[in-house]
Design a protein around this ligand. Structure first.
Ligand code: ZN
Ligand code: ZN
Length: 146
């Protein structure tokens, strides 16, 4: 099947834009059923807005790489920004934080110097942000423990 460049109308700015043959092939390859709705500038502008507004997974929606799963510790439903590996524990933010702290304190496998550095960093973080309820967010999304 041959593709030819097509002219589409952007849903945002109402300008014509070219849906190129290469893009049509890409869409077919990805099995996208619908034509693109927006021109590239509008699309990237929207993407930028989403990124700017996306303070957290909830704001950005769980449509991209977020995976719904259950916390293996407390059993609540949580979302993780990666695909959980079968048989490995996935923790919600609270449990992840709770698990991480003792792991740093009892860091037997890493060198003494590194352990002290990590402990110092942990103390700094805890000291400076202990008043903030959003400490889990400043430390990033939950990770999958090895
Ligand atoms: Zn546009
Ligand atoms: Zn949990």
């Amino acid at each position: 099947m041959d593709f030819v460049d097509r002219l589409l109308i952007c849903a945002d700015c109402r300008q014509e834009f070219i849906f190129t043959a290469g893009e049509q092939l890409f869409f077919l390859d990805k099995q996208f059923k619908n034509d693109p709705k927006r021109c590239k500038p509008c699309k990237s502008r929207r993407a930028g807005m989403v990124a700017a507004a996306g303070a957290g997974p909830a704001a950005a929606g769980i449509s991209r790489t977020e995976t719904r799963t259950m916390c293996s510790e407390c059993g609540i439903e949580t979302t993780v920004p990666f695909k959980p590996t079968q048989g490995r524990p996935v923790l919600c933010r609270q449990c992840f934080q709770a698990k991480r702290a003792p792991a740093i304190a009892g860091a037997g496998s890493i060198s003494q110097a590194t352990a002290e550095l990590v402990a110092a960093a942990a103390n700094t973080a805890a000291g400076e942000h202990s008043a903030s309820p959003t400490i889990s967010e400043t430390l990033g999304a939950p990770m999958q423990l090895p």
